[in-house]
Design a binder for this molecule. Structure first.
Ligand code: NAD
Ligand code: UGA
Length: 473
């Protein structure tokens, strides 16, 4: 039932393609694994000592297998031509223009991959959707293959969505809760499912390999992300109720999480979820529901995003209100920019939106972030402003008020407030007395991750706001 395979490739050397293929190469020494990308700099970085993405444990794995059975290359055609199984792991962002702008997934990169695969292939291929895609995308891929390939060559499309989270990608891949493989309910479809499963069987226990039909696999990925994001929005919505009643969100989350039926994961209230996927995947789900005229269902899921926007906005407004209704000319220090700890990814990080709001109220933002460079921070803000059609002279003047530091202590000199945007562990170990002494008085701390030591900060003299508890001022 299983095709014996020797070579696989992955199109897209990003946060998913890179780590996923590194772990496959590590666990399947009998396979030659090639990761290809159109982005030359990214491939060069994968082949260097400074990998393009930061993930704990990844450097060690790449060092072990690179140029043995793991290769990074820009030669996309050769990789496709030589591989029996081709993973597509390219980006699928929200469309920014045209039909469905702001909602639908932009599938142009996926379609391009399919057309390249169709034109280059001279032998049968299994094409695996690793990117997160709208349900029914496999049908589009099949149409492209059917209409563009050499006669007599067959293409099986498999959906094998990825569930890793950034910051824990290596652990998630080595010890996955489940591997989902969806395919057509035909003999050849089943054989393709088993062939893909045979890769994972090298380290994933059989009971964790779930096989389904194509549409269930595609949809399950969107739904998994929607459910996770929904939990965060649920707890965040309650955090605002805690702040006006004196209930404490950590105590509430802990209590409800002890119920086995609810569980304790993904109940950490925060300044709002970020990352490249939750928002985009929910928008995608909402768009699909509207497409099928399921208005109430669409509206239900849209609320998850609305609460997230509310949470980001309310955090920024709270800073402005607390600093006597204006931050004009005031210095605010940001600890962290990444959308969560242990990653150098800042796509859709809440920090962008908080920063935007404070800059527009006239603040000077001083940022210390352990893993993200100045250019990326500027690009994140500029991308948002361009999307909103802001004028270039405005953009220039706002960017002048964004100052990047290489350590936290220089970022707080004469600062009116510290805002914690990312849950980096190192923030817990800082000398908060030293920070207090170099700041303006009163010195405010806005803990957007609700994780600093409240007692210690209050004792030092900070005026502390922590999401989901009463302010100490
Ligand atoms: P990414 O932007 O980091 O990487 C995508 C890569 O694809 C880029 O390097 C880009 O240059 C390359 N690419 C685009 N078009 C190409 C083409 N035609 N040929 C060759 N290369 C091409 O994106 P990512 O974060 O790795 O996400 C990829 C997909 O996986 C998305 O659909 C995402 O929703 C999904 N996903 C992401 C995560 C995550 O944690 N980032 C987790 C699970 C699933
Ligand atoms: C998420 C999912 O967890 C993965 O399973 C999925 O594969 C991935 O999206 C994807 O499809 O891209 P990721 O976005 O990397 O992974 O990271 P998460 O740990 O889910 O965190 C997302 C955001 O929610 C972060 O900003 C994080 O700080 C925030 N968060 C998370 C909270 O505010 N509270 C929580 O309790 C958990």
């Amino acid at each position: 039932m299983v095709n014996t395979i020797k070579q696989i490739c992955c199109i897209g050397a990003g946060y998913v393609g890179g780590p996923t293929m590194s772990v496959i190469a590590l666990k399947c020494p009998h396979l030659k694994v090639t990761v290809v990308d159109i982005n030359k700099e990214r491939i060069e970085a994968w082949n260097s000592d400074c990998l393009p993405i930061y993930e704990p444990g990844l450097d060690e794995i790449v060092k072990k297998v690179r140029n043995k059975n793991l290769f990074f290359s820009t030669d996309i055609d050769s990789a496709i031509y030589n591989s029996e199984v081709i993973f597509i792991s390219v980006n699928t962002p929200t469309k920014t223009e045209g039909i469905g702008a702001g909602m639908a997934a932009d599938l142009k990169y996926v379609e391009l991959c399919a057309r390249t695969i169709a034109s280059v292939s001279k032998t049968n291929k299994i094409v695996v959707e690793k990117s997160t895609l709208p349900v029914k995308t496999a049908q589009t891929l099949k149409n492209i293959f059917d209409n563009n390939s050499l006669k007599g060559i067959s293409f099986e499309v498999i959906s094998n969505p990825e569930f890793l989270a950034e910051g824990t990608a290596v652990e998630d891949l080595l010890n996955s809760d489940r591997v989902l493989i969806g395919g057509e309910e035909t003999e050849s479809g089943n054989k393709a499912i088993q062939t893909v499963a045979s890769i994972y069987r090298n380290w994933i226990p059989e009971e964790r390999i779930v096989t389904t039909n194509l549409w269930s696999a595609e949809l399950s990925k969107l739904v998994a992300n929607a459910f996770l994001a929904q939990r965060i929005s649920s707890i965040n919505s309650i955090s605002s109720l805690c702040e006006v009643t004196g209930a404490n969100i950590n105590e509430v989350a802990n209590t409800i999480g002890m119920d086995n039926r609810i569980g304790n994961k993904f109940l950490k209230s925060s300044v709002g979820f970020g990352g490249s996927c939750f928002q985009k995947d929910i928008f995608n789900l909402v768009y699909i529901c509207n497409h099928y005229n399921l208005k109430e269902v669409a509206e239900y899921w849209l609320q998850v995003i609305k609460i997230n926007d509310y949470q980001k906005n309310r955090f920024a407004e709270n800073i402005i209100k607390s600093l006597y209704n204006t931050v004009s000319g005031k210095k605010i220090s940001f600890f962290g920019w990444a959308f969560k700890k242990d990653t150098n990814d800042s796509r859709e990080t809440a920090a962008i939106y908080v920063c935007d709001k404070l800059l527009k109220d006239g603040a000077e933002i001083n940022i210390y972030e352990p893993k993200i460079k100045k250019d990326q921070i500027h690009n994140d803000l500029t991308f948002l402003w361009n999307l909103r059609g802001e004028k270039s002279n405005k953009i220039k003047s706002w960017l002048k008020n964004v100052v990047i530091h290489d350590n936290c202590y220089s970022s707080v000199v004469n600062s009116h407030a510290v805002a914690v945007l990312t849950d980096w562990d190192e923030f817990l170990d800082y000398d908060w007395n030293k920070i207090y002494n170099s700041m303006q008085k009163p010195s405010f701390v806005f803990d957007g991750r609700n994780f600093l030591n409240k007692k210690e900060l209050n004792k030092i003299g900070f005026k502390l706001y922590s999401i989901g508890s009463l302010k100490t001022f």
